[in-house]
Design a protein around this ligand. Structure first.
Ligand code: G6P
Length: 367
């Protein structure tokens, strides 16, 4: 097993560092149907007027970001649901619905059952999956594979960022086929997507970065709670950052849309509360900045994820982690990486079994 970790202490760390490669593989693995004459077999891109995304855990967070991609690039209405909720809420679903099931393993019981229900009601079904030949891929009308390679760590990392990559590619494809996206725009977005692996590499390969994240982790590993904030496409990254911390360090963490903080979580903020804020460049940057000011006014301990050259948010932060700037739609793919590392180092400092956290399973095949 030590050899399989390729010199890394844990699979999770290895898998975090594999992400640039996994994303590049996911782009090239899906290029034929996006760019070539190929089509996504099995689902006619014009045969539906509504999309429902169903998933569990980290895959659900990918779905929340997928909604931004698809709605913005295609103007098709998208709902996102936990599979375990969807299957019991008598969803409105018919032949004009495309149901997208996102699942790393392809074996999650709730996701399989939710998709089966949708299929019975006539929906078209598409799986986004990492495991070739898994149950979901046999049941869906079509599958988009992520090429993350085997993910061993229970806490998902590279599966997540490749799911985002696949969702972005799907949104570009639907935009092309439904003519909501010009070929120039598609090219421009595709170029930006192609830059993501090297931008992520740039972040991961700077020695100092690891040092900085470790230093912050050392500062907070004894915390009993943490609040994660983000907005817009990075709101789900706040959710995912909090989930990572919960899963492997057993520290209670909550992800929240920063603008909603005033309706509750702000009451929790005092001089001991770590508040991790995703504040990279986007159209809501100024809004996030004023949320950070609100945290600061209550003496919260701000840790921010910012772009290089940031001044305003950095000034208000006790610690900042700088990440390379990318297009705002693609920024979640980069921004999640420091949060994965932060959770990893905290769990490691606490001496926990990072790859096998208590009470959790890699794939939940029972209800
Ligand atoms: C479990 C894993 C999570 C994963 C979730 C969904 O809870 O511990 O890491 O996100 O299942 O798994 P799936 O294979 O359907 O993506």
């Amino acid at each position: 097993a030590q050899a399989e970790k390729a010199g890394y202490k844990h699979f999770m760390l290895k898998e975090i560092f594999e992400q640039p490669r996994s994303i590049a593989d996911t782009i090239s693995g899906n290029m034929s149907w996006l760019k070539g004459d190929g089509k996504l077999e099995g689902v006619d891109p014009k045969s539906f007027d509504r999309i429902q995304i169903i998933a569990c855990g980290t895959s659900y967070h990918a779905g929340l970001i997928g909604k931004f991609y698809i709605e913005n690039l295609t103007r098709i209405q998208v709902e996102v649901d936990y599979a375990s909720e969807y299957r019991y809420r008598n969803p409105i679903v018919n032949e004009k619905t495309l149901v997208i099931a996102i699942t790393q393993s392809g074996e999650t019981a709730d996701t399989l059952a939710a998709m089966k229900l949708a299929k019975e009601k006539g929906a078209k079904t598409l799986a986004i999956c990492n495991v070739i030949g898994s149950t979901i891929t046999r049941e869906a009308d079509t599958t988009i594979y992520t090429y993350a390679g085997p993910e061993i760590s229970v806490a998902s990392t590279k599966a997540f960022t490749t799911q985002l990559t696949a969702l972005f590619i799907l949104a570009l494809y639907l935009g092309k086929e439904r003519k909501t996206l010009s070929s120039e725009k598609l090219e421009a977005y595709f170029k930006l997507l192609m830059e993501v692996p090297s931008k992520m590499e740039e972040f991961l390969n700077t020695e100092r970065k690891e040092e900085i994240v470790k230093k912050i982790a050392l500062e907070f590993y004894k915390a009993s709670d943490a609040l994660y904030l983000g907005r817009y496409v990075n709101y789900p990254i706040a959710l995912e950052g909090a989930l990572k911390l919960k899963e492997i360090s057993y520290i209670h963490a909550e992800g929240y849309p920063a603008g909603e903080m005033k309706h509750g979580p702000i009451a929790l903020i005092d001089e001991t509360m770590p508040v991790i804020v995703v504040a990279t460049k986007s159209k809501v940057y100024e809004k996030v900045l004023s949320n950070v000011e609100e945290v600061k006014a209550r003496k919260g301990r701000v840790v921010s994820i910012v772009n290089k050259g940031d001044k305003a948010v950095k000034q208000l932060s006790e610690f900042s982690i700088e990440v390379p700037e990318v297009n705002e739609f693609l920024s979640p793919i980069i921004n999640v990486v420091p949060l994965q590392l932060f959770a990893y180092y905290i769990a490691d400092f606490l001496g926990y079994d990072v790859d096998q956290p208590r009470n959790l399973a890699k794939s939940v095949t029972v209800e």
